[in-house]
Write a protein that binds this ligand. Structure first.
Ligand code: NI
Length: 182
């Protein structure tokens, strides 16, 4: 298994729209294993392939407290969405930013599993939020896109300054364990 590098905003590669997965082979299984390892190490509750610079429609998540219920959704599609919920989110690709975003409260998703079989998942609460956040990544969309242009501009300047200061120390100055990093 390998630990993968996570792209950070405003990296333009985060804006690439992912293409469907068509080969359900050993390389895909390896990618899923590597993404899970990377997500757990970060730590985060979800990770989209886009964030590790693989532009295929695939996401992993684990919202369990014991961190032992991994899920993997390949080529996910939302079939139904109900209700609205506003939740403060963070993102592994946008370090140290926590903002409230409106999402559907309950969703039904159709996807493939690692073997290429069709599955349907019903999700609510944090898992529903997480899946919607990761599916946005696959469209090249980030949670900061929901903020006002002014606020986003300020965040972008901060991110660029941070990148200039030297990336690679991997340290974050804010620890906010209450907010899920998706
Ligand atoms: Ni994210």
């Amino acid at each position: 298994m390998a630990h993968l590098a996570i792209l950070e905003y405003p990296d333009p590669r985060l804006r690439i729209r992912a293409k469907p997965v068509t080969e359900f082979d050993a390389a895909l299984a390896q990618l899923v294993a590597d993404m899970l390892e990377t997500m757990y190490a970060a730590p985060g509750i979800g990770l989209a392939a886009t964030q590790v610079n693989v532009h295929r429609r695939l996401l992993v998540a684990d919202v369990s407290e014991e961190r032992n219920e991994p899920i993997c959704l390949i080529n996910p599609e939302i079939l139904t969405a109900e209700g609205t919920v506003s939740y403060e989110e963070g993102c592994l690709s946008v370090p140290d930013v926590f903002e409230s975003v409106d999402r559907a409260e309950r969703i039904k998703v159709r996807a493939h599993n690692e073997r290429g079989e069709s599955i349907e998942v019903e999700a609510e609460g944090l898992l529903a939020i997480c899946i919607q956040h990761e599916m946005d990544h696959l469209e090249g969309k980030l949670f900061v896109d929901y903020l006002s242009a002014l606020k986003r501009d300020r965040l972008k300047k901060k991110a660029l300054k941070r990148a200039k200061k030297g990336s690679g120390d991997g340290e974050s100055d804010t620890v906010s364990p209450a907010v899920p990093i998706i």
